[in-house]
Design a protein around this ligand. Structure first.
Ligand code: BGC
Length: 258
């Protein structure tokens, strides 16, 4: 694909992480950098931190676009939601704010979408020929739908209403921590969530990312689903790798809607 490394940046609630990605290898080209997310995480404050990260790598990458993930719906460069981030992101022209602050092209994408792309291109669902549904279990629940390798963006299945609740308030990994649940206490919540998603989307494969995916042996075998379910391979590298992949892809396939 691309010989020169591409910078991917992952904006999270507690840290903003960046790394150069070797897209031929599908992995980091060098160690990542992490800077804490500013307490007041407005677009301008976050863009200033992103600029610090970009400055650290500027002499090692080309002048192509960088990929940035954000835990929000992103349509045509505009952030449209803010479930677990500062509300000032809602309807902010975020991609433009980053591009202006950085003086370079930026491709801004939802965090789970980026992770899903990375898992399908390089990870647990590499070259999968069917319908893959990636979920990330973290502070919230993120989702990515990919059919034959093509992303259907902004699926937001963490916010399905299940049993009268916003699903992520019952089944995100942060709820396990908050309530001090053991894995056997957490499994029924995951079971309810995944069986509902399965009944609505009928994927060929579930991929589970987020910190808990490293403990997959403690919960995955206990889930009774019709769909195969596997842990993510790229763990916390997935967002950065997927963002870099999408940045290059969008350069050759620009968004006709802006
Ligand atoms: C947000 C999603 C995000 C997910 C994981 C959800 O609360 O609505 O956009 O992908 O959390 O960060």
């Amino acid at each position: 694909m691309q010989n020169q490394p591409v910078l991917g940046i992952d904006i999270g609630g507690s840290g903003i992480k960046g790394a150069l990605v070797d897209l031929a290898a599908g992995d980091f080209a060098a160690d990542r950098v992490r800077i804490p997310t500013p307490a007041e995480s407005t677009p301008a404050n976050v863009a200033a931190v992103v600029a610090e990260i970009v400055a650290q790598f500027a002499d090692q990458m080309g002048d192509g676009p960088i990929g940035i993930t954000i835990p929000a719906v992103v349509t045509h460069g505009v952030t449209r939601s803010a479930a677990n981030i500062d509300k000032s992101w809602i309807d902010a022209p975020a991609q433009k704010i980053f591009a202006e602050r950085l003086g370079r092209d930026v491709v801004l994408v939802n965090d789970a979408d980026a992770a899903g792309v990375a898992e399908v291109k390089f990870g647990a669902a590499k070259d999968h020929p069917g319908l893959v549904l990636m979920t990330t279990l973290g502070t919230g629940i993120g989702s990515a739908i990919l059919y034959r390798g093509v992303l259907i963006p902004n699926s937001e299945l963490g916010h399905l209403e299940i049993d009268g609740h916003d699903a992520e308030t019952q089944a995100a990994a942060s709820i396990k921590t908050l309530l001090g649940l053991s894995y056997s206490e957490y499994v029924p919540r995951l079971q309810r969530y995944y069986e509902r998603v399965e009944a609505l989307f009928w994927p060929d494969l579930f991929v589970v990312g987020g910190g808990v995916s490293k403990d997959s042996d403690k919960f995955m075998p206990k889930l009774k689903l019709k769909t195969p379910i596997v842990p993510a391979h790229l763990r916390n590298r997935a967002g950065i790798i997927g963002a870099a992949w999408l940045a290059v892809d969008k350069q050759s396939n620009p968004d006709p809607l802006g």
